[in-house]
Design a protein around this ligand. Structure first.
Ligand SMILES: *Cc1c(COP(=O)(O)O)cnc(C)c1O
Length: 405
């Protein structure tokens, strides 16, 4: 037997692996955009479970529907027909204009499946070593293939060798992707987030997306748009790419699709929908009745309550309140985002703001070290949007006034 390695054996041993930097807060329940912790403190939730809780917490229409489904059937395996899969797929195709869906359980799974589609698409066309164009600062997940596609050395470090078959380019630089088209005959797909989330809320320009669509058509490539974070109404359209009036060939979804119940989807257009056949892909949990019901009800309630347009309107209220509140503050580099996907870049690392905001009763995220990220539920009210700014603005002003550490 090997002796225990002291580097891995210090401190009290928790039972849950220590892979997250967590705040010492345990949440017990929530309602709308508010959550409570074990000490009875209340927080305004501007994180939304990282863009997951589309309908907020304890939504009065979602809760009874899920209770009903839990009592009927949670899981039954893909050995059988699952009519709710057909329902959710039909609705996703209706709102995206695409043709077919594979269901899985998370964002990385949806992206992993998209990458399998790209490789198979290449092999079907006689390309033995297919390659996919990916982007600086991209985030696509934590599996070996998706972390290889991710453009962040911190996510990759310690997990080499990376998966091969990726070519990396900077975002919004069309000449760079054209250069790849001229020199690399193995490319089969372009894979990017319409708005980079973990990378710091970086928008792909509308004109760039349109030119990319055209290039993919000219070259016979798949345009694969990772809408895991920016999709499902958050930007004020069902999908962020719809602002550019284009359609992707492959669109991985997850986060907000089930309002908190784990569900992922790969939505495919005509060029990709027949690439995978029987035996090519699968998932034990994927498309189970509970997850499908959560997706169906989320999209239904969003439609009924006009939440896509509401996200755009509340995004404007929040954006305006933040810009007004921080006007003239030295150290604010840029306000970015669209709808209820908002980033404020500061000129210095600002991770300490996470705990300070929680202390002040506000849940936020800090990403890419210097970007305050807000992803509240789409049920946010105008009053709550202004409250987010009212708590956040003085914290940021005070932080920026402190001498650099
Ligand atoms: C969160 C995220 C993922 C990964 O999703 P998981 O469900 O955590 O695997 C992939 N792509 C984007 C754009 C994301 O924001």
């Amino acid at each position: 037997m090997n002796a225990p390695d002291p580097a891995h054996a210090s401190g009290p041993m928790p039972h849950v692996l220590d892979t997250y930097g967590r705040l010492p807060i345990a949440l017990t329940h929530g309602r709308g955009c508010w959550v409570w912790d074990t000490a009875g403190r209340r927080y305004l939730d501007a994180l939304g479970g990282i863009a997951v809780n589309t309908l907020g917490h304890g939504h009065p229409k979602l809760v009874p529907a899920l209770q009903d489904q839990v009592a009927r059937l949670i899981h039954c395996s893909n050995y059988y027909e699952v009519p709710l899969q057909e329902q959710l797929a039909a609705r996703l195709c209706e709102i995206s204009g695409l043709s077919g869906v594979f269901f899985c359980n998370s964002g990385l799974e949806a992206n992993e499946g998209a990458l399998k589609i790209a490789r198979k698409y290449g092999h079907d066309r006689g390309i033995a070593r297919p390659e996919v164009i990916v982007y600086d600062k991209a985030f696509h997940g934590r599996s070996i293939a998706t972390l290889s596609a991710t453009g962040n050395a911190k996510v990759q470090k310690g997990f080499e060798p990376l998966v091969e078959g990726f070519v990396r380019v900077p975002l919004n630089d069309f000449a760079a992707v054209q250069e790849v088209a001229h020199t690399n005959r193995n490319v089969v797909a372009v894979f990017l987030e319409v708005i980079q989330g973990e990378g710091g809320i970086n928008r792909t320009r509308v004109e760039y997306l349109r030119r990319l669509r055209q290039l993919c058509d000219d070259e016979g490539w798949l345009l694969m748009l990772d809408e895991v974070q920016c999709g499902i109404g958050r930007t004020g359209k069902w999908f962020a790419h719809q602002w550019a009036d284009i359609r992707p060939d492959v669109m991985p979804l997850a986060k907000g699709l089930g309002s908190g119940v784990p569900v992922g989807a790969i939505v495919c257009g005509p060029r990709a929908v027949n690439v995978l056949g029987p035996g090519n892909h699968g998932s034990t949990f994927g498309g189970n009745p509970l997850a499908m019901r959560a997706g169906v009800e989320t999209l239904r309630i969003m439609q009924e309550d006009g939440l896509v347009a509401h996200a755009a309107a509340m995004g404007e209220v929040l954006d305006r309140a933040l810009r007004e509140g921080l006007a003239g503050a030295k150290g604010v580099v840029e306000f970015r985002g669209q709808g209820l996907m908002i980033g404020i870049e500061l000129d210095r690392p600002c991770a300490v703001l996470l705990a300070r905001a929680a202390e002040a009763g506000l849940l936020i995220s800090i990403t890419a070290e210097r970007v305050i990220r807000l992803l509240p539920a789409l049920v946010l009210s105008a009053d709550e949007a202004r409250q987010i700014a009212a708590i956040l603005v003085p914290l940021v002003r005070q932080f920026l006034a402190e001498p650099a550490p």
